[in-house]
Structure formats: structure tokens, C-alpha cells
Design a protein around this ligand. Structure first.
Ligand code: ADP
Ligand code: MG
Length: 214
């Protein structure tokens, strides 16, 4: 498919042009329309298949096209297992929202907690975070997730491997309202713990598994 076939917001398509991609990968072709339609997603495909844009494009599109459900930010929370991945995802997000009114912050373990607290006070639209540190801020009431419209888990299986199960459940509970959309990405869907978590977090998900014979 071509990215131009999705009817993504024209302002988003303009920033996306920076990447120079015309043709989607398979996961993008399958995941983007479902996510744009507001569906919950349970998705997997191999490393390097373009999952980051498969969730970031619908997430940014949503902010352009839908009014906030609540006054309170953040509106999109992206959880990732490691600092390195968080930085990569954040860089891609920054490119997609460059020059817009949308703001974003990066919330990583091992960095200054008070600086992050101050960043939350600026009411960012997007938060890219590792789960442990995100929960620390929730506990301190530095951030509230009542206005969260989209919860995205990238490499959910890896987050479980790293022992973040309880943190992921705590975040889910803090953002547990009916109209939230959840996009769940994992390298494998063939795992009991992954499926249990997915069942708790997702509402009637569309399953998109590329290249696993599923
Ligand atoms: P994954 O998360 O599935 O491992 P990434 O989202 O990190 O994959 O993307 C891997 C690489 O592929 C990145 O460098 C990204 O810019 C590039 N990429 C993503 N989508 C496309 C596309 N449609 N065409 C060409 N390259 C792409
Ligand atoms: Mg990835």
C-alpha cells in the first residue's frame, strides 16, 4: 500500500514526508487503518518491519482530528522497555510533530526525577516512557491519566521479560476508562503472559500477526 491511501491528516503527511517513504510495510498496511478506525490492536511482526510508524502515525493523526476527551493531558502514552528504544521512538515522534502545537516529553529511568516532574507540569500531549519511571510519577501524583486517549505498548513481551508486569497493570488501571484506545505490539503473541496482559488491556482487539504463521 501507499501511505497516501490512508487519508492521514495533511499536516501530518507533510511532516511524514521528511522520511521519504511512499510504500508501507505489511504491518503498517494492516495496522494503520484499524488504528485510525479507533480499534484496539494486538499486533506482532518481526524486528525492522516498521512498527514504530504503524502506531505513531495513527496516534498523531488522532490528535489532529479528534477533540480532547478531557481537559487533562497527556493524551497519548507510549510505553517501551528500554531507554535506547525510548530515545529512538521519541526522535521519530519529534519529527512527526515538528512545528506543530503538540508537545511531547521523554520519561526515562535513571534521569533526574524533578526535571521530569517539571516537564509533566507543561501538560505534554505525548509521553514516551519506560514503565517503572512512569509509575513513580503516577504514585507521586505528578501526572494523571484520566484524559489519556491512546495507550501504546511497544515490545510488550520484552517489558514483561524485564519484570514490568505490575507497572503495566498499574498504568492500565490509572488510565482505565471506556473510551481509551490501546495498541499492543509484541514480537510474539504466542506466549501465555503476553496473552493474559493483552486480554486485560484490550477491548475486542483486531489481531494483526505478520510472518508468524498465525
Ligand atoms: P520495528 O519496530 O518493527 O523493529 P522500526 O519501526 O524500528 O521497526 O523500523 C525499522 C526501520 O525501517 C527504521 O529505520 C524505519 O525508519 C524504517 N521504515 C519504517 N517504515 C518504512 C517504510 N514504509 N519503508 C521503508 N523503511 C521504513
Ligand atoms: Mg520497534
Amino acid at each position: 500500500m501507499l501511505f497516501s491511501e490512508f487519508d492521514l491528516d495533511s499536516r501530518l503527511m507533510k511532516s511524514f514526508g521528511h522520511f521519504g517513504f511512499e510504500h508501507t510495510t505489511e504491518i503498517q498496511a494492516r495496522a494503520i487503518p484499524e488504528a485510525m478506525a479507533g480499534k484496539d490492536l494486538l499486533a506482532s511482526s518481526k524486528t525492522g518491519s516498521g512498527k514504530t510508524l504503524a502506531y505513531l502515525l495513527p496516534a498523531v493523526h488522532r490528535l489532529y482530528t479528534r477533540k480532547a476527551l478531557a481537559k487533562r493531558d497527556p493524551r497519548v502514552l507510549i510505553l517501551v522497555p528500554t531507554r535506547e528504544l525510548a530515545k529512538q521512538v521519541y526522535a521519530t515522534l519529534r519529527t512527526l510533530i515538528a512545528g506543530t502545537r503538540f508537545s511531547s516529553i521523554l520519561v526515562l529511568g535513571g534521569e533526574n526525577f524533578n526535571d521530569q516532574h517539571k516537564n509533566f507540569q507543561k501538560d505534554p500531549h505525548f509521553v514516551v516512557a519506560t514503565p517503572g519511571r512512569m509509575v513513580d510519577h503516577l504514585k507521586q501524583r505528578n501526572v494523571f491519566l484520566e484524559g489519556l486517549e491512546m495507550l501504546i505498548l511497544d515490545e510488550a513481551d520484552r517489558m514483561l521479560d524485564l519484570g514490568f508486569a505490575a507497572d503495566l497493570r498499574a498504568i492500565n488501571n490509572a488510565a482505565n476508562h471506556r473510551r481509551r484506545q490501546t495498541l499492543f505490539f509484541s514480537a510474539t503473541l504466542d506466549d501465555t503472559e503476553v496473552n493474559e496482559l493483552a486480554q486485560e488491556l484490550l477491548y475486542e482487539p483486531v489481531r494483526v500477526a505478520i510472518g508468524h504463521g498465525q
